[in-house]
Design a protein around this ligand. Sequence first.
Ligand code: CA
Length: 227
Amino acid sequence: MQPTILVVEDESAIREMLQFPLTNAGFVVQEAADVHHAKALIYNNFPDLILLDWMLPEISGIDFARQLKKDAKTQHIPIIILTARGEEEDKIRGFDVGADDYITKPFSPRELIARIKAVLRRVSKHGEILVVKDLKLNPTEHRVMVGETEVEIGPTEFRLLHFFLQNRERVYSREQVLDHVWGANIYIEERTVDVHIRRLRKALAPYNYDSFVQTVRGVGYRFTEKN
Ligand code: CA
């Protein structure tokens, strides 16, 4: 199936400039000139990726990205932010809202397509269903199932479990867990990790998976299938 790319950009010249190369690269292109229209398209037909302009009327691209990343229904849709500014601070802000990449105008369609493909590759790997015995974590549906039962799990514990399932048997320090699960730019105390590990074990306990999350004394944590 051809991936759908939603272009959210108020300047029609840029939307037109992108239409041909994106279609030619095998994408289905949808266009929105403002956030209102973009929302309607997103909730109707979840696109595979959103190209989001920074400078939009009313709501900025950054604020819109933040909204999308907060909503469980849309947070898994990758976003590439288009920006005319190049300052480092802006780039960092772009990542803080959870944008998957950004590209500074003017850019060549070729460069843009390469970036889109790289993000889609990363995400499809990220969207892979992870399985341990009868426990399944589905990143796209944001669900953890044990057999037919859905595990009640908070968003942070979900991310923790996702990270552990992708990196089984490896030991991580609290600092490494923070960097991977919360992001390197965020300042959080290391004992926050312990709090969420406890919650994760509690969520898994009814299904006897809590013991898979091991404390490695003096080092940190590990998810193991060998117990
Ligand atoms: Ca614009």
